[in-house]
Design a protein around this ligand. Structure first.
Ligand code: SAH
Length: 356
């Protein structure tokens, strides 16, 4: 049994079952044993690979997107580029390199990274070594206000969700307790807390509903409803409400039991882009998309970028570029499952990649 499982069992024994949200929070972000706190989970040797780790083209195109958004913002003399959950810093390094194509934008930029993991903060320093003035923050609330472009790739999926189950007498919370001697889902007897009732659709008995904690996306939407800027959110997920249990554990590139070894596996759930959109609009922000990642990257010119890179590549390198292009955009790879949504200042109007 992992030390974190011992601690979770103790909490359940003294306080009763805990919410799925608290379980995810403990597994991922516990200050001593949390999955992200204790390791660098990315890459071949880690547990999973993300788009910026597949190819430099991903971060470069996002850098070009940010530059175009900055122009639509009226080219302010100072703008913050805030990345949420920057992993190894690869996306930010590639974006900054691409942003040199627009020197005025490059000169206006201040880089802020929101990261809970001390080991990933260390990893982020390497690719950003030439960058002065990078600031790290524990949470988005700590980032300064003012004109801002937010980037979040595979960040939202790691934020805790609540689960509910529909019974004949209404919705109840699905919580984590101890059943048959092991950690497992149990149903709380009390009705669903009032805060969530607004977001619960009509559903048949036995349906499971997932709703994410409001958290960072609400903060982003509130800020962008009042200030100039936009947020680009890229993640795996779907456009509707999540009416099933999507809690997923991944370890060594394989699916694992979410209750198996708490703290040792990555835990995520599918992002409901519909839910993000409804909540962002409720805060007064504008929403663009969601559209499929493959389509978004093609509109930003990924095919031309790949062709350009291949001009100076050896044949094996050219094959790698083609493979990366397919991985990021093909419908049976990341192209359809991953989606892109922007939350923005309503005064900005259409945004690159979303308008045609
Ligand atoms: N964006 C990166 C990494 C994705 S993994 C990429 O695409 O490669 C998720 C990232 O979010 C990690 O950097 C992790 O440490 C960070 N993270 C997870 N939960 C967080 C939280 N609550 N607050 C801040 N960072 C968090």
């Amino acid at each position: 049994m992992t030390p974190l499982e011992q601690e979770i069992r103790q909490i359940i024994e003294t306080e009763g079952p805990i919410t799925v949200s608290r379980y995810m929070q403990l597994c991922l972000a516990h200050p001593k044993y949390g999955y992200y706190v204790t390791r660098d989970p990315l890459g071949q040797k880690g547990d999973f690979i993300t788009a910026p780790e597949v190819s430099q083209m991903f971060g470069e195109l996002i850098g070009a997107w940010a530059a175009a958004v900055w122009q639509r913002m009226g080219s302010p003399l100072k703008v913050q580029l805030v990345e949420l959950g920057p992993g190894r810093g690869t996306l930010m390094a590639d974006a900054l390199r691409a942003s040199r194509a627009l020197p005025e934008f490059r000169a206006a930029l201040a880089v802020h990274l929101v990261e809970i993991s001390p080991s990933l903060r260390q990893a982020q320093k390497r690719p950003l070594a030439g960058e002065t003035g990078v600031q790290w923050h524990d949470s988005i609330e700590d980032t300064p206000t003012g004109p801002t472009i937010f980037i979040a790739n595979e960040f939202i999926d790691a934020l805790p969700v609540h689960q509910f189950v529909k019974d004949f007498d209404g919705w109840h919370m699905r919580v984590v307790g101890i059943a048959g001697g092991k950690l497992d889902f149990v149903v709380a007897p009390e009705p669903m807390p009032k805060d969530f009732a607004n977001d619960a659709p009509a559903a048949s008995n036995g349906t499971i509903l997932e709703l994410r904690d409001k958290g960072p996306t609400a903060v982003v939407a509130q800020r962008l409803a009042r200030e100039r800027g936009a947020a680009l959110i890229v993640d795996y997920g779907h456009t509707g409400v999540t009416l099933r249990d999507t809690l997923q554990a991944v370890r060594n590139h394989r699916y694992a039991d979410p209750f198996g070894d708490p703290g040792e596996a990555d835990l995520t759930t599918q992002v409901s882009f519909g839910e993000l959109a409804v909540r962002a609009k409720r805060e007064g922000a504008a929403v663009h998309g969601p559209i499929a990642q493959g389509e978004f990257l093609r509109r930003l010119g990924i095919e031309a970028r790949a062709a350009r890179l291949k001009e100076s590549a050896t044949p094996p390198q050219a094959a790698d570029i083609d493979a990366a292009l397919a991985r990021l955009t093909a419908p049976d790879q990341m192209g359809e499952l991953f989606k892109v949504l922007a939350i923005a200042d309503p005064k900005l109007g259409p945004l690159p990649g979303f308008d045609r």
